[in-house]
Design a protein around this ligand. Structure first.
Ligand code: HEC
Length: 169
């Protein structure tokens, strides 16, 4: 458990460092260099189809639990890249203009369930409020709002992490 949490924090630190430094890429092809290589990865299976039932459930759960901060249209706070005087960032977008799609499924599940630890953050924890299945439905809904490039990118990131876990002794 501790190892998993530390892994999440470690990965996220890297990810946030690369995401917050400059303007958000217009599309995945202009993603920071660390991400670009994912598009050359041809070992991932084709993009899986989304599950319409999960999307419908996730849409309702998002409206009830997330929209108050991240906005009903997923646009987040317009000033999401500017921290307040305490160093706390406003809620970021979850649409294609944000960086949610830069992260693999496991990392996103961890952030939503356990929050962001190790620094002051306005993101609440949903452990005990939403089940993992409900969180995955919300992710399915978010994915349904992304374009093919963002979805492919996020799927390849998810695939890589899954592969690296299963190939460990
Ligand atoms: C009380 C306001 C609030 C609510 C409610 C909330 N969030 Fe957040 N969320 C935030 C803030 C603020 C951040 C930015 C945290 C940071 O960078 O310190 C954030 C960050 C995130 C991130 C990481 C950034 C990213 O885009 O990868 C994810 C994922 C996320 N929220 C998903 C959700 C989901 C899904 C829900 C509903 C289940 C939710 N949030 C509900 C405020 C909220």
């Amino acid at each position: 458990m501790i190892v998993r949490v530390l892994a999440v924090i470690g990965t996220l630190g890297l990810v946030l460092a690369s995401c917050s430094s400059s303007s958000v890429p217009e599309d995945a092809a202009s993603a920071p260099p660390g991400f670009r290589g994912l598009f050359e990865d041809d070992t991932a299976p084709p993009l899986p189809a989304l599950n319409v039932y999960q999307i419908a459930a996730g849409k309702n759960l998002y409206a009830e639990n997330c929209a108050s901060c991240h906005r009903a249209d997923l646009a987040g706070d317009p000033n999401w890249m500017t921290p307040d005087e305490n160093g706390v960032y406003p809620p970021p977008p979850h649409d294609a203009t944000g960086h949610t799609w830069h992260h693999d499924d496991g990392l996103l599940l961890g952030i939503i369930r356990d929050g962001l630890q190790g620094f002051p953050s306005g993101m609440p924890t949903f452990a005990g409020i939403l089940t993992d299945d409900e969180i995955l439905s919300i992710l399915e809904f978010l994915k349904s709002e992304w374009g093919d490039e963002e979805r492919t990118f996020q799927w390849q990131a998810t695939w890589r992490v899954r592969e690296s876990r299963t190939s460990q002794p």
